[in-house]
Write a new protein. Structure first.
Ligand code: PLP
Length: 285
């Protein structure tokens, strides 16, 4: 039942093997994508597929079967009998197996393509109560727009935040808040939504895009401008967004309480409106 996709085949997870010379393993020379399955349909598969293809283009990894991405994702759900469950599909493409060197393999080799599906529901408790997050200088490179598996610069600060009891770490670059280790961040001030612009400083989150879209259709003003870290005390609300958690209210950032320390009204409205958008994508409705 636990079947994964590896290089063109669906096989039991314990039969899946990759070479130690895989460039994803040796060099982090690899990209990935995560999509959410809502018990019968994927939400914004088009957006995730477009971002996967962009990551491939930007890293010059060639996966000739990339038109099959959507089909493979669906088959992973079916083969793992997750049709009516809440689940995620994880998908990764590496530059392939070759003797270790920085230069791309010449002649090129086939990429290693790996995917799995697993049951994963939304954490409704954190969505309801909100979380505290930790702020720290952004140690990452200048291509945060690429969804690469080379995540050590995300992992180390995240672990530090986790050890201190925070639910997420958010980064500050040149005095401005960029995004979280695995989420985008939004602030609300005077009923207006602020979030970092889409550029190489952040990953263009699929949830971020959908939040901006539902805010627009519901008359909430959105300003795609980064918020200065020293303006955080003046923000009325904050929340983080990602595929696995949708919208999670932020009630404290390091030592700073946000608003009255409970999820704010604009955040609540956006949570409901995003949920409605997600449900409206259910083909059975
Ligand atoms: N930013 C980073 C660094 C991430 O890793 C993620 C998701 O994992 C996001 C933002 C949110 O992206 P999405 O909404 O597409 O899940």
């Amino acid at each position: 039942m636990d079947e994964v996709y590896l290089n063109g085949q669906f096989i039991p997870r314990d039969k899946a093997m990759i070479s130690p010379d895989d460039r994803g393993f040796l060099l982090g020379d690899s990209i990935y994508e995560v999509i959410r399955w809502y018990g019968g349909y994927f939400f914004d598969l088009v957006g995730h597929a477009a971002r996967l293809r962009r990551s491939l283009r930007e890293t010059r990894i060639v996966w000739e079967d990339d038109p099959k991405f959507e089909e493979i994702a669906e088959e992973l759900i079916q083969r793992n009998e997750l049709g009516t469950e809440c689940a995620i599909v994880y998908f990764q493409v590496t530059r392939g197996v070759a003797p270790r060197t920085h230069a791309f393999p010449d002649p090129p080799v086939k990429p290693t393509v790996y995917g799995f599906a697993r049951r994963q529901s939304i954490n409704t408790l954190v969505a309801e109560k909100g979380v505290a997050i930790w702020l720290t200088p952004d140690p990452r490179w200048n291509r945060c727009d690429i969804k690469t598996t080379a995540l050590i610069a995300n992992i180390l600060p995240y672990q530090e935040a986790h050890d201190k009891g925070f639910a997420e770490v958010c980064f500050v670059r040149n005095g401005f808040v960029t995004e979280g280790a695995h989420s985008n961040i939004f602030f609300v001030r005077d009923e207006t939504l602020y979030t970092h612009p889409e550029n190489n400083g952040i990953l263009s989150g699929i949830t971020r895009k959908n939040v901006i879209s539902v805010a627009g259709t519901n008359g909430i003003a959105v300003v795609e401008e980064a918020v200065a870290a020293d303006m955080i005390p003046y923000m009325n609300e904050a929340f983080i967004s990602n595929t696995t958690g949708e919208i999670v209210p932020v009630t404290r950032i390091t030592d700073q309480q946000i608003g009255d320390g409970t999820p704010g009204p604009v955040t609540r409205r956006l949570q409901m409106q995003l949920r409605e958008l997600i449900q409206s994508c259910d083909p059975r409705r």
